[in-house]
Ligand binder design. Structure first.
Ligand SMILES: Nc1ncnc2c1ncn2[C@@H]1O[C@H](COP(=O)(O)OP(=O)(O)O)[C@@H](O)[C@H]1O
Ligand SMILES: [Mg+2]
Length: 304
């Protein structure tokens, strides 16, 4: 199974909870496991690790943040990407495939950037399921902010009836600006931003300050991240699969693609000097392609 989507959207958590629900142990493998013996040892370590994995049953094996396994990324942006699969001999691949067919374990790869995975791996049928995880939508974000502020009231960190008391926010219908300001933030970011404002002195513990904090919080989900993606690989489908749902989300929530640096798509409308190509001729084109893409994928989608 492949789990992909921006950082902090719950990929690792899904794998953990899946193992938990099945009563399986979770074996997490990250890039440091491959590199622990130094650069020259990567292949040997990979071999050893796969031998161990092949002997397991009833486990969830998580290859976490596998895009980090794309070695020497800067010099090899085009095509040729070294992934963990490169370090697997044909013999190991066969064993892994046998393991897959036996269905004794669940093998999950998680990545922030699915388009960076070698297309050959995606096409050869080694991945049975693909799931895109997205940042929380506005309803979920409001629920999160409410939860964190509610805890603060309960812990007496802010008094009842304070302008940050969820009850007060409900009453005055003041959620909108906070929900908007937290766009493209994840659970942990929102938790941290709220905590930071709660810890302040009374006169700066305000709704306006929380809004400012959320707006200014560093985002790991951005559209800007994809500016160069279209020039990294010709596999356009692989990029838009993760990019278009984010564009559509921005439009649905009424976030202008210009006013927020996280939504900067300017490079996608320019001709790339190296390739002579332009990903999209206009923002309108990009938006309508994104809307069409999402609609086709989710027939129940109501464009809300
Ligand atoms: N939908 C969610 N609801 C509640 N908590 C979440 C959700 N998604 C992520 N989290 C929390 O956010 C943090 C980051 O999630 P994580 O699974 O590490 O994301 P990823 O692996 O995609 O980067 C974790 O502490 C997780 O518990
Ligand atoms: Mg993770």
């Amino acid at each position: 199974m492949l789990l992909y989507g921006p950082p902090g959207t719950g990929k690792t958590t899904v794998a953990e909870n899946l193992a938990d629900a099945l009563g399986f142990s979770l074996i997490t493998i990250t890039v440091s496991d491959f590199l622990a013996g130094g650069g020259g040892e990567v292949e040997a370590r990979a071999k050893m690790m796969f031998e161990v994995l092949q002997a397991q049953a009833n486990v969830v094996i998580l290859f976490d943040e596998i895009d980090e396994l794309v070695l020497d990324r800067s010099s090899k942006r085009h095509g040729q990407q070294d992934t963990v699969f490169k370090f697997m001999t044909p013999g190991m691949l066969t064993k892994l495939n046998n393991l897959r067919r036996a269905k004794r374990s669940i093998f999950i790869m998680a990545t922030n950037y699915a388009y960076r995975i070698d297309p050959a791996i995606r096409r050869t049928g080694r991945i049975d399921e693909n799931y895109l995880l997205l940042p929380p939508d506005s309803d979920s974000r409001q629920r999160m902010i409410k939860q964190f502020l509610g805890s603060a009231v309960k812990d007496k960190a802010i008094p009842d009836g304070h302008e940050l008391d969820p009850f007060q926010l409900d009453k005055e219908e003041k959620w909108d600006s906070l929900t908007k300001a937290s766009f493209f933030l994840g659970y942990k970011d929102i938790e941290a931003a709220v905590a930071r404002v709660i810890r302040r002195k009374d006169d700066t513990r305000t709704r306006a300050e929380l809004e400012r904090e959320l707006l200014g919080w560093g985002r790991t989900t951005t559209l800007r991240l994809y500016n160069s993606a279209f020039h990294e690989t010709d596999d356009r489908d692989a990029i838009v699969r993760e990019f278009f749902p984010l564009v559509e989300m921005a439009k649905r929530e009424g976030q202008s693609l210009h006013e927020n640096p996280a939504l900067d798509i300017s490079d996608m409308l320019k001709v790339d000097e190296r390739t002579g190509k332009v990903p999209f001729t206009s923002e309108n084109e990009m938006n309508s392609l994104a809307a069409k893409f999402v609609k086709e994928r989710s027939p129940d989608y109501d464009g809300r």
